[in-house]
Design a protein around this ligand. Structure first.
Ligand code: OMP
Length: 210
């Protein structure tokens, strides 16, 4: 299996790391954007990401998997098949006809559901999925993710009862890319400055209603 350092360089070479003044979700600006959607075009990188996520998942007790739509869905599907663990899928919007479901797949209340996500910035996307899963009676205490951008999302999730287990943090990723000769010291510094000044926390209203 590729080491995390090798995987970081492979992701960079596949175009998963964009540098510049980039618009992220909700109009946020960032000097670095990690786009895991490109991985569907690189099966060997896909498999490496999945094997690393699976290593994290193996340490966490769970009955069922759920990926946050859409980027995490291919990873979750492969983890499900590899580990023979059923998965469910959350729809972005509730189906308005036939079953009218928000979750696709079979599950039972009180089953332990492990959430899979690509990137956590504020934690908002992951929290939304956790809220839906809990509303449907599932128990959610942990999430495995590829990248924690270290902007406060993991603490917000912890406050909402979700432990985040990440393959990479943004700080580690940029250092690995610098050591692999992909990015400059200056870019590493810019990213660290960005992390410092772009924190989410109390006041950002990222809580699940009781
Ligand atoms: O918009 C982002 O902050 C973001 C940054 C990044 O480097 N990569 C990335 O994929 N994102 C998107 O932001 C989401 C996570 O942001 P939060 O919901 O704030 O945690 C991810 O699911 C992506 O849609």
């Amino acid at each position: 299996m590729a080491s995390l350092e090798q995987l970081a360089a492979q992701l960079y070479d596949a175009g998963a790391v964009q540098l510049g003044d980039i618009e992220a979700m909700k109009g946020r600006r960032t000097p670095i954007y990690f786009d895991l959607r490109v991985v569907v075009s690189h099966p060997s990188i896909m498999m490496a990401v999945v094997l690393h996520l699976q290593n994290l998942a193996d340490e966490i007790e769970h009955d069922i998997l759920c990926g946050v739509p859409y980027a995490a869905l291919p990873f979750t599907a492969i983890m499900s098949v590899n580990s023979n663990t059923p998965m469910i899928m959350k729809r972005k919007e509730k189906k308005l006809y036939a079953s009218k479901k928000i979750l696709e797949g079979i599950f039972q209340p009180k089953q332990k559901c492990l959430v899979v996500e690509d990137v956590v910035t504020s934690g908002g996307s992951l929290l939304e999925t956790v809220g839906t899963l809990r509303d449907e009676g599932l128990i959610v205490t942990d999430a495995v993710i590829v990248l924690d951008r270290e902007q406060g999302g993991a603490s917000i999730l912890k406050r909402n009862g979700v432990r985040v287990h990440s393959l990479l943090t943004l700080g580690k990723l940029v250092k690995m890319l610098r050591d692999a000769g992909r990015i400059s010291d200056e870019t590493v510094e810019t990213v660290f400055d960005h992390i410092k000044v772009s924190q989410f926390g109390v006041g950002d209203n990222l809580e699940i209603a009781e």
